[in-house]
Design a binder for this molecule. Structure first.
Ligand SMILES: CC(C)(COP(=O)(O)OP(=O)(O)OC[C@H]1O[C@@H](n2cnc3c(N)ncnc32)[C@H](O)[C@@H]1OP(=O)(O)O)[C@@H](O)C(=O)NCCC(=O)NCCS
Length: 235
């Protein structure tokens, strides 16, 4: 699916990189990578880890996983998931109608081992996995995902893919999450007004989202990230 090179930032060593689809037999390696990533981020809540059952669901039935290998070692993976339609469905958070919900696919977990970060691997995996989307069973129009506030690399990853923040809401119990979306039939937003809110100013972000704005990019102001918002023109 992809061949190149990747730098191990700890060893300062270039290694061959390749990507391939992951299957059930790869589950032990997948879980080991997830464990290593969790162990390296104690106390942080940006990652919503997947259970064995959830990985099985993606690998067996309702999804697709792509893995990145440095030499023979699995160092990163990324998943797409066809979600079940229940009250937790992200389509509800962004105001989709009931009929639109089967057209939603999720970008699920993506992780990169700490030693291999800084290579924009999350974004490279996005390119590869999104090219596989047409092969998945279904007719998908909306790509949705959640992102933890302050997870700058993940937000960058979404904005680079032309996804935008459509909601900020409580998910997974009581954790605040952005709900991001890209409408594949309308990938470029037409917009009118501009506004901005500091990355940690959730009050202002809620106000803007409630007023119909969406978050579409970052800008740096005085050394801090701000999220840029616009009001989309409905088409
Ligand atoms: C999120 C994650 C997958 C990104 O890994 P990656 O692809 O190696 O990301 P990179 O280190 O190459 O960074 C990508 C961009 O974010 C920026 N970035 C990374 N960490 C940053 C930080 N703490 N503050 C500001 N910017 C940051 C990088 O500078 C880079 O920006 P650029 O493209 O403008 O140069 C990885 O950090 C990870 O596995 N985190 C833990 C699990 C997680 O949170 N997953 C996402 C939710 S499922």
């Amino acid at each position: 699916m992809y061949e190149g090179t990747i730098t191990n930032q700890v060893l300062r060593k270039k290694l061959p990189l390749r990507m391939k689809r992951l299957y059930l037999e790869d589950l032990p390696d997948i879980e080991e990578v997830q464990e290593t990533v969790i162990a390296a981020m104690p106390g942080q809540t940006t990652l919503q880890p997947l259970s064995t059952e959830e990985f099985l669901f993606i690998l067996n039935e309702r999804g697709l996983m792509v893995g990145a290998y440095a030499g023979e070692e699995l160092i990163a993976f990324r998943a797409l998931l066809i979600p079940e339609i229940d009250e937790e469905h992200l389509g509800y958070d962004i105001g989709l109608s009931e009929e639109e919900l089967p057209k939603v696919i999720y970008q699920e977990i993506s992780v990169v081992l700490p030693a291999f970060r800084g290579n924009r691997l999350q974004q490279k995996l996005a390119d590869v996995i999104m090219k596989e989307l047409p092969r998945m069973p279904g007719n998908f129009r909306y790509v949705c995902c959640t992102v933890a506030p302050m997870n700058i690399p993940s937000l960058k990853d979404k904005f680079t893919q032309d996804m935008y923040i459509a909601a900020l809401t409580e998910k997974y119990g009581n954790k605040e999450r952005y709900v991001c979306v890209k409408d594949l039939e309308n990938p470029s937003l037409g917009y009118t007004d501009f506004a901005a809110a500091k990355l940690d100013d959730f009050n202002k972000q809620h106000q803007l989202l409630d007023a119909g704005y969406v978050g579409f990019d970052f800008q740096m102001k005085g050394g801090f990230h701000e999220i840029q918002f616009v009001k989309p023109i409905l088409q």
